[in-house]
Design a protein around this ligand. Structure first.
Ligand SMILES: NC(=O)c1ccc[n+]([C@@H]2O[C@H](COP(=O)([O-])OP(=O)(O)OC[C@H]3O[C@@H](n4cnc5c(N)ncnc54)[C@H](OP(=O)(O)O)[C@@H]3O)[C@@H](O)[C@H]2O)c1
Length: 298
């Protein structure tokens, strides 16, 4: 068993949180996942709702917390004032209380704080958030740094920003697979750029960061800025699908408004690589993680 205390994953059922719990547990660590659903509390699962609790006392023995929970829906961040309260007030306050208890904290943020016009931003580059979600995460980061300074705890804090995370059931993949199964064409957007990573890669990388207890700003990113068309081609290659079943289009052509449409999505990982040895995930590795076994199309 590794010689470390317990890890607390706040937001244990989120896409990122679930993968992190799995990776830490597989490495032999004691890990607690937080949930808001009382009926699911049990071994390895603890109750936490930062919208209800004023102050939070971490369970006995926890010495590292990954604060992954957030209000993540772009539309909700634009329209619901509570989303801002969660991202800019409640979560920074939770991080402060964890730091105050002597716990090392990872706070999860997003590539969108850079606004999407700068290629491969460095971990310490200035921010240029556009949409409400990005502005709230940016403000949340600043609040957390302010608390960490007040507590003289910057050496027990890292802010880890992520690019887009994909699972095999992340839209639009289920629709694409259903279409390919029927021999139908899919129409990915070639004007929508991202630098995707697999949940497995993110979970493993966060476990490494937590084990190494690195402080400061860190990034996890896909290795390429790709369009959804290029992504569809990589998937088709993996699945043995005829590339004739991909007909590129654009969101502009389709008249679809997309809230966050960056020119560049990938994050620079220079500092992260130096301090942790982690490298960006290549597209081929993502596609392998999404479909580890060859899949039979009917
Ligand atoms: N997904 C991505 O592509 C992506 C990309 C970049 C950055 N990120 C960042 O990664 C983190 C996780 O994203 P995700 O997409 O995995 O999240 P998600 O699946 O949308 O899950 C959100 C999590 O927040 C928890 N939560 C919300 N309100 C809460 C409250 N009042 N008290 C306690 N927990 C609360 C939810 O808990 P319950 O399960 O109990 O409802 C859930 O576990 C976020 O910080 C996000 O900004 C995600």
């Amino acid at each position: 068993m590794p010689d470390q205390g317990k890890f607390l994953v706040v937001g244990g059922d989120s896409l990122v949180g679930g993968a992190t719990v799995k990776a830490l547990a597989a490495r032999g660590h004691e890990v607690l996942a937080s949930t808001r659903r009382e009926e699911t509390v049990g071994p390895g699962r603890v109750l936490m709702d930062f919208e209800r609790e004023e102050t939070y006392r971490a369970p006995e023995g926890v010495d590292y917390a990954l604060v992954i929970a957030a209000a993540t829906n772009y539309e909700r961040c634009e329209t619901d004032p509570q989303a801002r309260v969660i991202n800019v007030e409640l979560i920074p306050r939770l991080v402060a209380s964890l730091l105050e208890q002597g716990i090392f904290v990872t706070f999860i943020s997003t590539n969108s704080v850079f606004g999407g016009e700068r290629p491969w931003p460095h971990e310490d580059d200035p921010h240029a958030p556009g949409i409400a979600y990005a502005r709230q995460k940016d403000e949340g980061e600043r609040e957390i740094l302010k608390f960490a300074d007040e507590l003289d705890a910057r050496d027990r804090l890292n802010i880890t920003r992520l690019t887009k995370i994909m699972e095999s059931d992340t839209p639009p993949l289920p629709n694409w697979l259903a279409a390919w199964d029927k021999g139908e064409v899919v129409t990915p957007f070639s004007d929508l750029i991202f630098a995707p990573m697999s949940t497995r890669f993110v979970g493993e990388s966060l476990a490494t960061i937590a084990e190494k207890r690195v402080s400061g700003n860190l990034h996890l990113s896909g290795a390429e800025n790709v369009s959804y068309t290029r992504f569809a081609e990589a998937l088709a290659g993996r699945l043995g699908v005829d590339s004739a079943l991909i007909e590129a289009t654009t969101s502009t052509e389709k008249g679809i408004h997309i809230a966050f449409k960056p020119t560049y999505s990938g994050l620079g990982m220079t500092r992260t690589q130096e301090l942790t040895g982690l490298r960006p995930q290549p597209l081929e590795a993502l596609v392998r993680d999404l479909f580890p076994a060859a899949r039979d199309l009917d």
